[in-house]
Each structure stands twice: as C-alpha cells, then as structure tokens.
Design a protein around this ligand. Structure first.
Ligand code: PMP
Length: 405
C-alpha cells in the first residue's frame, strides 16, 4: 500500500508485498485449519508438511545434493559462529582421537567484520589453534579497511585443519567473493581441493547475507553452509544450516574422547536426527520463509534472481562510479570485490551525507545509512528489492550528483 516506503536496510530487510499479504491471512487461518500459524502445533500434520515443502524448495532451487542435510534452527548467524567450532572440532576428534588440542587447527579467512567476529568466537571457545589463513586488511588501500577479496597466492591454509572458515558476503564492509570461477576474487576452491587430495573438505561458509540470491559455487564441497533468514529469505528468528553427512557426528562419543561437550541445541546430530523439531522451531519465520521460497520458484528460481541481482548491482555501482568521477562519492571497496547485496560508499563534503539521506527519505527511500561501525552509505539490494526500486535509487543518485556537482 502507499504507506510503505522502499526499504534498502541491511537486515532485517524488505520482504515481498505479496508474501506479506498472504502471511497476514495465515496469521489468522493457516492453510484452512481455522488456526493461525502462530498458534498451531509444530507437530501438526499441516505444519509438518509445510516444513518438508520449505526444505525441498531450498534443496531444489539451490541444487543441494543428497549428501547434505538442510536444517532449520534458531540463534542466528552468531549462534553458528559457536556451533561450527564445537561440531567441527567434535568431528576432528573422531577422525584423529590422538591429537592434542594444540595440534588441531581452525583456519579463518578474514574479509570483513563478520568473519572477524566468527574468528574472535573461535579464539574465545578454545580447544584448538586458531589460524588466520589470510587477512584482507593487509591488502587494503589504507592498510586497515576490509575493502577487498585477497589474491589466491596470499592464502596460507594449515595441513588437515578441523575447519576452513569464510564469509561469502560481508554485509558491513560490502565485499563479496565473486561467483565467476574465472575471477581473481573467486574463492580458491580448486586450490583447496588439490591440497585435500580427495579427502572431504572441512569447508564452512557464512552465507547469511547472500543466501538464495544466486547459486552457491562448489556447494557440494562444503561441510557446512549457514545463514540467518533475515536478508533474502524471511524475518529474523530462523537460521538455516546445510550440513554434509560426515559433519553430523555423535558429539557425546567425541566428548568421551576428550572433545568439549556440545550443548544439545547446537549439536548438529540433535538437529539433523530430529529433522529440525527436537524442540519448538520458529514457526512464523519458517512460514514466511516458505512463502518467499514458493514465490521464488514461481518467478523462475535462482537463475531469475541471479540475473536480476546482477543487473541491480551493476546499475548502482555505475551510479556510484559516476559520483566518484564527479568527486562527490568515494567507493569503499576495490574493483572486483564489490558485493551484489550491499553497495557501500562515502559521500564527500560537509553535510553531504545528511543531505543525501534526508533527500532519499523525502522520496520514500529508507535504510541507506551505513553500519554504525563504518559509517557512510550502504544500499542493500536483497531479493525483494525490485528493478524499479533500484531505478528509483539510481535516478535519485544521478540527480544528487548533478545538484552537488
Ligand atoms: N553473518 C553475516 C554475514 C551477517 O550479515 C550477520 C547479520 N547481519 C551475521 C552473521 C549475524 O547474524 P545474526 O544477527 O542472525 O546473529
């Protein structure tokens, strides 16, 4: 309706209008049960069927092979920062029971604030050596910003690590691994595969802010892929974890061998064995995510969104470049490392950022203020942002450049 603005927020973020309208009906009466979705038992046959359908919509659109389980849980991306450490160390314990803690390694690829946070949690939890495989700040323009995806030659991976961790899209810093396997900013999957010599890679990826925006390269090679729902998929409160069969280990057996005991609710075997209903799942977020996924499938699935998202990002980056050439903007990321989902830039000049934000708001565009840690402008272009929404933003940027220039 006309009271709604265009929400370029980074998450929670825009959801499709048609989904929200349908969800409003379901809130009162879920699938003609006469019971609202927030009131119905998570073990009812209607909800169980909905949950199974939601899983299969992810499986089919992302092409998740039968080797991988898809589970729904809570605790957000942040919860998984801890969960992956516990579960991957339990797995490593079962593979190599005789190693000491200081002989186990967790490799972290640092490309932004979220991988840095995950890395800090691994250090805090202990139980292994935490190694930085690469720190993108060393390759930045100013020596301290996360503004790039580093070249392959700069990564140093450990021998037989318990985990190799990366974040596909850094929501705060606006850098993302490329989806083009020929680009220098593509993740070095081939290098890792060669080194692993046919052993299963302990590769873990945070896909929180790029999940379902385009296909996931080398998905089948991943041990774990996780994502909070609140960007492309649904409201906050739901976390999706895709885990390869060999990462679902009996954590209690690992604990008997000396691994840290794993809290029941973050043990992957609890979640997988119970098919996501060990306890009460976040029923409403799952419902809305399911509706979003149904709509995605109707529109043409990930191919449709990959194409749309690519075009959206290209348009916004072109406008930012024009502003840069006019000496009004300053891009915050190096060429080739820019995120499709979160475009970040600075506006130069006294009071110019405030003028930009106030003008945008007047035209019905909100959520453009950068993350509190880094400032500047951030335009988040998740799936629910349409081509028309982006055209409106770009027209506004163009006009702003004209007016200020
Ligand atoms: N990882 C990434 C890439 C994120 O963007 C976020 C949240 N913005 C998180 C992790 C943390 O997620 P949550 O708030 O769901 O814990």
């Amino acid at each position: 309706t006309s009271t709604r603005v265009i929400n370029f927020g980074a998450g929670p973020s825009a959801l499709p209008q048609s989904v929200l309208e349908k969800a409003a009906e379901g809130l009162l009466n879920f699938e003609s049960t006469g019971i609202g979705i927030g009131e119905i038992s998570h073990r009812s046959k209607e909800f169980s069927a909905f949950l199974a359908r939601t899983e299969s919509l992810i499986r089919s659109q992302l092409n998740v092979p039968p080797t991988h389980h898809i589970i729904f849980t809570q605790g957000g991306g942040t919860g998984q920062f801890s969960a992956v450490v516990y579960n991957m160390l339990a797995r490593h314990r079962l593979l190599h029971p005789d190693l000491r803690d200081d002989q186990r390694t967790l490799d972290y690829v640092l490309t932004g604030s979220w991988s840095k946070k995950a890395h800090e949690e691994a250090i805090r939890l202990g139980g292994a050596n935490v190694h930085v495989a690469v720190d993108a700040r060393s390759y930045s323009k100013d020596g301290k910003a996360f503004d790039n995806i580093p070249p392959h030659a700069e990564y140093t991976f450990s021998r037989d690590p318990a985990m190799i961790y990366y974040c596909d899209n850094e929501t705060v810093d606006g850098v993302q691994f490329s989806s083009d396997s020929n680009a220098p900013t593509f993740f070095p999957f081939e290098l890792l595969k060669r080194r692993a010599n046919s052993a299963l890679l302990p590769l873990v990826a945070d896909y929180s802010s790029s999940f379902m925006s385009r296909p996931i390269p080398y998905l089948a090679e991943h041990a774990v892929i996780f994502a909070g729902a609140q960007k492309n998929l649904g409201p906050a409160g739901l976390t999706i974890v895709i885990m390869r069969q060999d990462c679902i280990v009996d954590v209690d057996v690992a604990a008997k061998l000396g691994a840290a005991p794993v809290p029941k609710m973050i043990a992957y075997n609890t979640l997988a064995d119970s098919k996501s209903i060990y306890n009460t799942p976040p029923v409403i977020p799952i419902y809305i995510a399911g509706l979003v996924l149904e709509r995605m499938a109707e529109l043409g699935g990930l191919t449709y969104f990959e194409d749309l998202n690519k075009r959206k990002a290209e348009k916004v980056y072109a406008a930012v470049r024009a502003g840069e050439e006019g000496g009004i903007f300053q891009s915050k990321v190096q060429q080739g490392s820019g995120s499709w989902m979160n475009v970040v830039f600075n506006i130069l000049g006294e009071g110019a950022e405030e003028r930009f934000l106030a003008g945008a708001e007047k035209e019905g565009m909100k959520g453009l203020k950068g993350h509190r840690l880094v400032g500047g402008i951030r335009a988040s272009l998740y799936n629910a942002i349409t081509a028309q929404d982006v055209d409106k933003l770009v027209a506004y940027i163009d006009k702003f450049i004209d007016d200020e220039g």
